[in-house]
Design a protein around this ligand. Structure first.
Ligand code: PBG
Length: 322
């Protein structure tokens, strides 16, 4: 033998030196579910160890994330049933829960990069990401509302808006409304290749945002498709996306790699709720070592080609790293 590969694996020091991929706290986006009220903290039944928090608790959480070295949060809100309607009007309320939360977080922790989910599902009585007319999720009227929603989040102080709706043309519309209102420093993180996935189930429990009828297959992508992910992503970059995203993450590592090779903007991936819950459930039964499963999964997502990872394990990862 003139080549023995085990030479480079023989000790912890050599393995560390040869390690190709590393995770840093800077790579992580933490996810927050914000609930109305005060002094409220409720565990999400299908996401053990993850909570919906009122804004006062959220602010404490944001400070704690910042002190751990995590530099961005992606925000989601859960609103009361009475505030939901067909047009998702509450999404545009300048004093709505999202807008209040953005202001309060930027006030409490100005350095934290605040990103916001842009989609109508938590605000829509139909539980869809866009406007529903006669049982159809209509594209262009939805884009109009999503652009206004993005402007509203930006006016409240968001650093990035993160449209997760998968309507056609929304990135161009959002960029346009931001430009024409003088917001030249707001970023767009586009959920570019977002699949119609069963792994969003626990998230929909968390926000009570499951579709009221049907599914999301006319706007989210078919899990069988790869080339379509490249098309979607290239179009988003052309329309003005600063960062693109593949979602879910673990089941779509091939797509992450192809997107990474196809674009010259940062690529993110969302390790989604169902992927979190699978690890938690197996760990609770003693079937997997939780910390090892978290690190191996996150490393795989990074290795596939991500620059940023949205993950419910952000705090665990930083704890394990240190
Ligand atoms: C809203 C949205 C969803 C997720 C992020 N933004 C749910 C959906 O599209 O139904 C899923 C995140 C997760 O499962 O962790 N459009």
């Amino acid at each position: 033998m003139n080549r023995r590969n085990r030479i480079l694996r023989q000790s912890p020091a050599i393995r560390a030196m040869m390690q190709e991929t590393n995770i840093l706290p800077d790579d992580l986006m933490a996810l927050l579910f914000i609930n109305e009220g005060r002094d409220y903290k409720e565990e999400i039944p299908s996401m053990p160890g993850y909570y919906r928090l009122s804004l006062d608790y959220t602010l404490k959480e944001v400070k704690s994330l910042w002190s751990m070295g995590i530099k961005s949060v992606l925000l989601f809100v859960k609103i009361r049933e009475e505030l939901k309607d067909k047009e998702g009007k509450e999404a545009l309320n300048p004093d709505g829960l999202m807008q209040q939360s953005i202001r309060a977080i930027k006030d409490a922790c100005p350095g934290m990069v605040v990103m916001t989910d842009v989609a109508l599902d938590p605000f829509s009585s139909d539980g869809h990401d866009g406007i529903v007319i006669n049982g159809e999720i209509v594209n262009d009227p939805s884009v109009e509302v999503l652009a206004k929603m993005s402007l509203s989040h930006t006016q409240a102080g968001a650093d990035f808006v993160a449209p997760s709706d998968m309507m056609d043309g929304r990135i161009a519309a959002i960029r346009n409304i931001l430009e024409s209102n003088g917001f030249t420093k707001t970023g767009i993180l586009s959920y570019s290749a977002k699949y119609a996935s069963c792994f969003y189930g626990p998230f929909r429990d968390a926000l009570d945002s499951a579709p009221g009828f049907g599914d999301k297959k006319t706007y989210q992508m078919n899990p069988a498709n790869r080339i379509e992910a490249i098309k979607e992503t290239l179009m988003d970059v052309e329309e003005g996306a600063d960062i693109v995203m593949v979602k879910p993450a673990m089941a779509y590592l091939d797509v992450i790699r192809e997107v990474k090779n196809a674009v010259h903007v940062p690529v993110s991936a969302y390790h989604v709720s169902g992927e979190y819950s699978m690890i938690k459930a197996a760990a609770q039964r003693g079937w997997l070592n939780e910390d090892e499963a978290i690190m191996e999964s996150t490393l795989a997502i990074k290795r596939a080609g991500t620059d940023l990872i949205a993950t419910y394990f952000a705090k665990d990862i930083v704890r394990i790293l240190s």
